[in-house]
Write a new protein. Structure first.
Length: 95
């Protein structure tokens, strides 16, 4: 998975969350972590460690991304599964 690429369209700068350094950083990290379906599972603690960002900042970034319909989440007892909505826009294999 680490040898695969993803595409970031120039239109990303028009997103409401783009100027928020944490939301931008978190979203790009999500693109890098996602599988070919735009999905991955992790914990807030793991994200905090990987990004060197506080859990509260990550939660705020996730809220912004959810409000703008970039991602959806599913939470179980410990883990969070993130799905990038419209992942095909960011896939190198996009049609």
């Amino acid at each position: 998975m680490l040898d695969e690429y993803f595409y970031i369209p120039r239109s990303i700068i028009k997103k409401s969350w783009y100027k928020d350094k944490y939301a931008s950083h978190v979203f790009i990290h999500f693109l890098a972590k996602a599988n070919q379906d735009g999905v991955f599972t992790t914990t807030l603690q793991e994200l905090s460690s990987e990004l060197n960002i506080s859990i509260s900042a990550i939660k705020r970034a996730i809220s912004k991304l959810k409000l703008s319909n970039e991602i959806k989440t599913k939470t179980d007892f410990k883990n969070i599964t993130f799905s990038i909505l419209n992942y095909e826009k960011y896939s190198i294999d996009r049609a």
